[in-house]
Design a binder for this molecule. Sequence first.
Ligand code: MG
Length: 304
Amino acid sequence: MNSSSTTKTILFWMSIVFLGIMLWKLVSTNKPNADNVSYSHFLEMVGRNEIRDARIYLDANSVSVSASRRDSQQRVSTTLSYGDWQDLKERLIDSGATVEYTNQKKDDWVLLLLNGLPLLLLVVFCLFLMQRMRAGAWRGAQTSLPKTHTGIGYDLHRLEYGRPLIIGGIELPFDKGPVGHSDGDVLAHALCDALLGAAGLGDIGTHFPDTDPQWKGANSLLFLEHAKKLLADKNFAIEHVDAVVVTEKPKLGPHFPKMREALAKALGVSADKIHLKAKTNEGVDAVGRGEAIAAHVVATLSSR
Ligand code: MG
């Protein structure tokens, strides 16, 4: 049992004990049923030594008496003014009766205190419980909400005649292709960098250096498959990929569905998480002159 449960248990049993005491006090201070008689009649009984014992209840403005008779089980009660109770007490003692008295005002305070304590404990218990629930909800929110990570990737490759043009894992019919150590897939490279960057795992050059002969002419989808494993090891999930491929030619739009499928398969996600766009560079610079191809990618990851 943890400290929270122990505290709750203690508070619960303390409330039960005080409730029990309160009920006992309520019962014990109840005046027993008795036949009500006038004060003068009661004095006559006292004078005839008929009273065996009496309890005098002292209130702020009045005094009441409950007494039992010697010759029967009958109980009688009466009321008198506050100023007469000392005289009555002496008469009862003189008659041989046992006398007890109860200060009602004092007992009222005791009763009020005993009534209030369980309520106070209940309020403290509820406040304590609410505080614990708020703290738990806050901690739950902190632990259950996924964290979002964003990474950006960029790549550019020169284009030369006679090389295969591979973009997004798909070979496109074209008279030029990228120059690169691997297959030169500019989109896959930028995507790989965006994913690694979002996860804080370096960049594509860290994991696949272009000086390593094993990656010469490699299918760049292998890089993405490896990146997927690295992300999974760190409990990252790919939420969204948005990419722009910049090239003058060829038209990329018709090939996007196959590219999305290939990239999604390599990353182990559904294709609807991969979004591709194509732009030209309006004839400006090397890309605009058809001498190079570039890609920009933003990747969003989540982690718990
Ligand atoms: Mg590259």
